[in-house]
Ligand binder design. Structure first.
Ligand SMILES: O=C(O)CCC(=O)C(=O)O
Length: 259
C-alpha cells in the first residue's frame, strides 16, 4: 500500500470517528451530496410504481406516507445496502433495517408535532402495555434521504439535540403520554430546534431521541423524503415483528398534524 493511500484511509477513519462522536454528543449530523440526482430519480420512479406496500392518506385524500417499501425495488434495496455499509463505517457496528417509510408532504400538507421516535406506550392485541420501539431494542439510527430540496418553505425537518439518557422510562416523562411520542409543552420549551435545509440527495442521520418536528408545506411542490430506521444487529431482525405489532396495536393516534 502506498503512503498516500495509507494517509487517505487514516483520514477517512478519522472522519468516521468524528461523525460517531457527533452522533453520541449531539445526536445528528448531515452528509451533503451523498446520492446523485440520477439515483434519486430512479428511487422516485420506483416509489411511484409501488403497489404492495402500506399506503396512508390524509383527510384531503392526498398520499402522505408509504410504509414497508425498502425491498420493493432494485434502487430501494440498493439504498438500504449503501446505508448499511455507511453505518458500519461510522459506528464500527452492524445494523439491520427496523422500519421504513416514504413521506410525501404535498403542497399544503401539514407538519409534525415536536416528538421523539419510539417513545410511546401502545396496547397490544391482548391489551398489554408495551414500550414503543424499546420492545425491540435500544439503539436506533434514523436515516433521512432528501428526494427533493427541503427548505423552510416546504416544511423541512427541524431537529434538536438528543436528550441525555437513552432510557424509555426516563424519556416517556418528557412526552404527553397519549400513545404518541409527542413532547409535552415543558419539554418543547427546553429544545432548540435547527431547521435542516437540504438539497436533493443529501442525507441526515439522527437518533430517535432527538426531538424533531416540521411545519406545513407552503410551497407549490411536494417535499418527498425517505426515512429508513436502523436497529443495532445485536437485537436481531425486528422489521416484520414491528409492522405486525403496529397493525395489531390498539393505538390509533398520530404524531402528524393531519393524518
Ligand atoms: O420530515 C418531516 O416533516 C418530519 C417527519 C417526522 O418527524 C416523522 O415522520 O416522524
Amino acid at each position: 500500500m502506498t503512503n498516500l493511500l495509507k494517509l487517505l484511509i487514516i483520514d477517512l477513519k478519522g472522519m468516521m470517528n468524528k461523525l460517531h462522536k457527533i452522533f453520541n454528543q449531539k445526536g445528528y449530523f448531515i452528509q451533503k451530496n451523498v446520492f446523485s440526482e440520477e439515483f434519486i430519480n430512479s428511487l422516485i420512479n420506483e416509489i411511484n410504481k409501488i403497489e404492495n406496500a402500506n399506503f396512508y392518506y390524509d383527510s384531503y385524500k392526498k398520499l402522505r406516507r408509504i410504509e414497508k417499501l425498502y425491498d420493493k425495488g432494485k434502487y430501494l434495496k440498493d439504498l438500504n445496502n449503501l446505508i448499511l455499509s455507511k453505518l458500519l463505517d461510522i459506528f464500527n457496528k452492524e445494523f439491520l433495517i427496523f422500519k421504513d417509510k416514504f413521506n410525501a408532504k404535498p403542497p399544503g400538507g401539514k407538519g409534525f408535532f415536536p416528538h421523539f421516535d419510539g417513545i410511546f406506550e401502545f396496547q397490544d392485541e391482548n391489551n398489554k402495555i408495551r414500550k414503543g420501539w424499546y420492545e425491540y431494542g435500544n439503539f436506533f439510527v434514523n436515516v433521512l434521504v432528501a428526494l427533493d430540496d427541503c427548505t423552510e418553505e416546504n416544511g423541512t425537518i427541524e431537529i434538536a439535540n438528543r436528550f441525555d439518557k437513552n432510557d424509555f422510562a426516563y424519556l416517556i416523562d418528557f412526552t404527553k403520554k397519549n400513545g404518541t411520542p409527542e413532547l409535552n409543552s415543558i419539554s418543547v420549551k427546553k429544545c432548540s430546534f435547527e431547521k435542516i435545509v437540504l438539497k436533493k440527495g443529501d442525507v441526515v442521520f439522527f437518533s430517535n431521541i432527538c426531538p424533531h418536528k416540521s411545519e406545513k408545506n407552503t410551497s407549490n411542490n411536494n417535499r418527498r423524503t425517505l426515512y429508513y430506521t436502523y436497529l443495532s444487529k445485536d437485537f436481531g431482525y425486528q422489521y416484520e415483528k414491528y409492522f405486525h405489532d403496529k397493525e395489531l396495536s390498539r393505538n390509533k393516534t398520530s404524531k402528524s398534524l393531519d393524518d
